[in-house]
Design a protein around this ligand. Sequence first.
Ligand code: NOJ
Length: 529
Amino acid sequence: MSDRAWWQDGVIYQIYPRSFMDSDGDGVGDLEGIRQRLDYLAWLGVDAVWLSPCFPSPMADFGYDVADYCDIDPLFGTLADFDALVADAHARNLRVILDWVPNHTSNEHTWFVESRSDRASAKRDWYVWRDAAADGGPPNNWQSTFGGPAWTWDEATGQYYLHSFLAEQPDLDWSNPEVRSAMHDVLRFWLDRGVDGFRIDVVHKIGKDPELRDNPVLRGPDGENLGQEHLHEEGHPSAHEYLREVRDVFDSYPERMTVGEVFLLEPERIARYYGRGDELHLAFNFPFLFAPWSARAFGEKVEAFEDALPPEAWPDVVLSNHDVSRHASRYDDAALGDQRERLAALMLLTLRGTPFLYYGEEIGMRDVPVAAEQMLDPVGLNLHPSLGRDPERSPMQWAPGLNAGFTQGKPWLPVAADADTRNVAIEREDPASTLTLYRELLALRRSTPALHRGAYRRLPSHTDILAYERSVEGSRALVALNMGEEARRPALPSARVARGLRTRHGVEMPTDAAHLELAACEGAVLVLD
Ligand code: NOJ
């Protein structure tokens, strides 16, 4: 019996359902489209897919505003399509992870419709309703992450309701045991259907100051307003109590997992959400995702997260998702962009922790610019066009030709201009492609215990190079990543190399690790004899 769980050894692939594969020509991806591409995912060599929300939703936030937690939006298909998807995924040894949004519902959820209908409604206290402040304004100074006050006035019942995001996303009141129990039932509904886990949306926000006190305002040296310290609207200790209850639900099923979006940038604060092995199984390492392109920065982020985690906790590695610019774009560079993208892949798939891939990164997809008049994302529309998240949500590039093979209709977001050359069909056949590199890395990771479960130890090297050893009984690998613009020798310890991969295609492996030389922005993983 292994003491390891599948989600520790495995690699998780995030699908943004609207953008992966459209089977019915309406220009928006769907579950049947995903099902048709399961062979591709199995061929690629990932272990699980995480689907961003596909539940009924008015789509004010493209599914992160859920109107019914226990159904599938007709845009994506039906519950029967979902069951078929799970069955076919499981038949290929692929697990399925759903996205659970506990902090808020859609304003069209029947719970909220009922809550807002009357102050005396039985669901009134499922949400956070408060009287106006003495001046008629909002009850406190909390701000919505998507701009403006976190409170909206309800004329009919004469109170404000709280929303950490859009006004169409009212916050549930997790201090209410009825809410918690209803949300546990939601989890059971899907776990009973065979779902293998959940990604949990902004989970640190379910704990809020019960007194709803104002956040402290941060001031600059001249007294200027620098925004707020997020002290009271998230991260209250009660979040941990609620998460322990959630964990009990998961622990009553075998082999299920949670990964929390704890959108914080201090490792120590993120680590608290692992609890004592009784809260989240994984919490996203977002400080790593926001690191600048530098060996020193990546090394520091990896080690700060490792140091912060309780000893039994398992880390994760992520560089892209549906909320941030794709890393191939973030780290792009006129001369070395393609090499950086390959180096990032090697880092992601050889560090200690569960890697999360974002659809299309395996073919090197970049952000696709969206003109102001085509913008759909509320963040871009409300806050600032440059913050809009449409560019990282563009349609998957499957093949040359019409809409990159994503849809027969009009795609909901524009397809990349380079889709005729950057796509799955072409890259599959090309031994030098990024797709081939990802597939080979995934295979090497799977067949090398040191890479999927080994300990991490940093090795001394040049400041431009992140070098580390991964090792577990009987398996040892060395990794060197040259993030700089000059060729370098990483000076790895002498050891016989059995096999490995380097990001420069067609260049031989040294027989002794000590002889490894790396071109600018080249990386290598050496599995030792
Ligand atoms: C985080 C999700 O990843 C993001 O897409 C969403 O807009 C917010 N939470 C609100 O649910």
